[in-house]
Ligand binder design. Structure first.
Ligand code: FE2
Length: 279
């Protein structure tokens, strides 16, 4: 069947705090509403597999997918344990589609491996949004790693191969790029005061301009600026998720116009948003 939904999504732990800690209740209602909308959209589209490009699963060589038949456990973030813990999860994996993706990536001339090792966990770039979108575990999940040393062109090609494999598959896939826009955390002493702010007017303005370009469907300009945007605005894992998403959608030839689901917001210095990319 192929790709039936695509989006750029947020995964910030403040969403979990808003959901679980009474004093933070309401803090991230707009993100929670956005996730609810994505849940409804993907269920209506009869999505049966989520492919999540996760900027928190960072790898150093080649491309990797979590091809386990089942993802199950209880998660605490090692980087922000005070913000995100006790996240229980249980999803079916998708070894079959993972294998198709690996084959397609290899055919494109790059290295890819699908892992079914029982000790391989799942990061919160996948788990946090899945908790709210994949309600009742209605769909399978494939976490996809981001290579922090891959070039933008390699990420584009990896995304294109993912798109090709999805198109050849029998699945109805939602492809999610889980990562921020600008990603400049606050210096430690400002981290609590800056919980709802973007670190720096330059980053905020760049993010807002990027969202204008996405909504106008100006992909040629965006893909031209993406490498520099990722560097100057401290992209999360070099904005690999965004490059992969656009790679899957056709890069500068993509015809869609971004649709804001959750308006832009600052979280701990970083710029966050949820945007549908019509397919
Ligand atoms: Fe993150």
């Amino acid at each position: 069947m192929g790709l039936v939904h695509a989006a750029k999504i947020t995964h910030v732990p403040t969403i979990w705090m808003s959901h679980t800690i009474p004093e933070f209740k309401g803090l991230r209602d707009s993100a929670l509403e956005g996730f609810s909308k994505l849940s409804a959209t993907t269920q209506a589209a009869k999505v049966d597999t989520f492919v999540v490009m996760d900027t928190h699963w960072i790898v150093n060589q080649g491309f990797h997918l979590n091809a386990k038949p089942r993802h199950q456990g209880n998660f605490i973030s090692h980087e922000l344990p005070h913000m995100l813990s006790d996240l229980a999860y249980d999803y079916q994996g998708d070894a079959e589609l993972s294998e198709l993706i690996v084959e397609e990536v290899r055919a494109s001339g790059q290295r890819a491996i699908g892992h079914a090792h029982p000790d391989l966990g799942v990061e919160y770039g996948t788990l946090l949004p899945m908790y709210f979108i994949n309600q009742g575990s209605f769909a399978r999940v494939i976490p996809v790693a981001c290579n922090q040393f891959a070039s933008m062109e390699e990420n584009r090609q990896f995304g294109a191969a993912i798109g090709k494999a999805i198109a050849k598959s029998e699945r109805r896939v939602s492809l999610l790029a889980s990562g921020s826009l600008s990603h400049a955390f606050w210096p430690n002493h400002q981290s609590q005061a800056g919980v709802n702010a973007v670190n720096g007017e330059f980053n905020r303005q760049m993010d807002l301009r990027v969202l204008d370009l996405w909504q106008a469907g100006r992909w040629q300009e965006f893909t031209d600026m993406l490498p520099e945007y990722a560097v100057k605005c401290v992209g999360e894992c070099a904005m690999a998720d965004t490059a992969m998403l656009l790679g899957a959608l056709g890069w500068d030839a993509y015809q869609g116009k971004g649709e804001i689901v959750t308006p832009y917001f600052g979280s701990s210095g970083t710029g966050q948003v949820i945007v549908n990319f019509p397919v």
